[in-house]
Design a protein around this ligand. Structure first.
Ligand code: COA
Length: 147
């Protein structure tokens, strides 16, 4: 059974573990902790049968005041089953009560699967950020405007 719940500080080590296994240049555990404390209400974890299999770390940008997806991953063995999309939809639904006008994220230009997921939920590419990642690869900045 799947359950999405708000992240707590006790989840930080496990979120870091999924982050580490999902990205070539992962955020460190200390950084994940400070991102979490920046906006705990925008951080979620997804559990399957009581085991954490994914997370979404959100934050805010000050001007304009919009939500920012800082990191988002599902453990490799659990991908392609709709879990990521479910977690992202849950996050977007929570934003409605926070009265934010938009949500943005950065995604590697090579990450076709994630780009398609975001486009399926009305995110649009706004710009290309050159050498955004540590290996000098580029990112797209994508934005979804709330109605
Ligand atoms: C990106 C990620 C979170 C998606 O999670 P997921 O659970 O695998 O995704 P889902 O199964 O919910 O698929 C959602 C959508 O992705 C797209 N998608 C899924 N598999 C795909 C594939 N093989 N090729 C292209 N698009 C694909 C589809 O749009 C799909 O929607 P649909 O099922 O309605 O067609 C996951 O792949 C992941 O953790 N990747 C590594 C970390 C990462 O890249 N995070 C994003 C950083 S910006």
């Amino acid at each position: 059974m799947n359950q999405i719940r708000q992240m707590t500080k006790n989840d930080i080590p496990q979120v870091y573990e999924i982050e580490r296994r999902s990205f070539p240049y992962p955020f460190g555990e200390v950084l994940i902790g400070s991102l979490y404390f920046g906006a705990p209400e925008l951080c979620y974890v997804l559990e399957q049968d009581g085991k954490m299999v994914g997370f979404l770390l959100g934050g805010y940008t000050p001007i304009p005041r919009q939500a920012h997806i800082l990191s988002f991953a599902i453990l490799e063995n659990f991908r392609g089953e709709g879990l990521g999309k479910g977690l992202l939809i849950h996050f977007l639904n929570q934003l409605k009560s926070l009265e934010l006008s938009s949500v943005k994220l950065e995604v590697n230009v090579e990450n076709q699967k994630a780009i398609e997921l975001y486009e399926s939920l009305q995110f649009k590419i706004e710009s290309r950020i050159r050498k955004y990642y540590q290996d000098n690869s580029d990112a797209y900045s994508m934005v979804r405007r709330e109605e």
